[in-house]
Design a protein around this ligand. Structure first.
Ligand SMILES: [Zn+2]
Ligand SMILES: [Zn+2]
Length: 131
């Protein structure tokens, strides 16, 4: 089974994920834009028993635009988010794919909150599109 390592900017907080993600999605919502500092976010979800976390993290609880609680874990030293949890789905952990710093990471298959998409961001037609 393949293993992939995610880390914060300074390397203090790390996740090791075994096997392939359950789902990889890109999100154009305004909260993801603020969290990432980018025009959209991309995250991979894994079964939580296949991800090992090492290092210290601070937590930030945010209620998403569609009412779902998400608890973001970020490095208290450099501030990068390395994973987040949804208390309503305790068996799943989401890792922003940029934390893997791996251009060969599989592409997202779904695109959500497209109503908030920056118009210059071109999403491949082959992806699942959600408003
Ligand atoms: Zn760090
Ligand atoms: Zn979002």
């Amino acid at each position: 089974m393949s293993t992939r390592d995610a880390a914060c900017s300074c390397g203090q907080l790390r996740c090791t994920a075994q096997g392939e993600p359950i789902r990889i999605s890109m999100c154009h919502c305004l909260a993801c834009q603020r969290r990432t500092g980018s025009a959209f976010s991309i995250q991979a979800r894994f079964p939580s028993d296949r991800v090992r976390v090492e290092g210290r993290s601070s937590e930030y609880l945010r209620i998403s635009d569609d009412g779902i609680e998400r608890v973001f874990h970020f490095c208290p030293d450099c501030g990068a988010t390395v994973y987040y949890l949804e208390p309503s789905k305790p068996d799943v952990i989401a890792v922003p794919i940029g934390a893997f710093a791996d251009p060969s990471f599989p592409a997202p298959t779904m695109s959500v909150w497209e109503s908030r998409r920056h118009p210059w961001v071109a999403v491949p037609a082959s992806m699942d599109h959600h408003g």
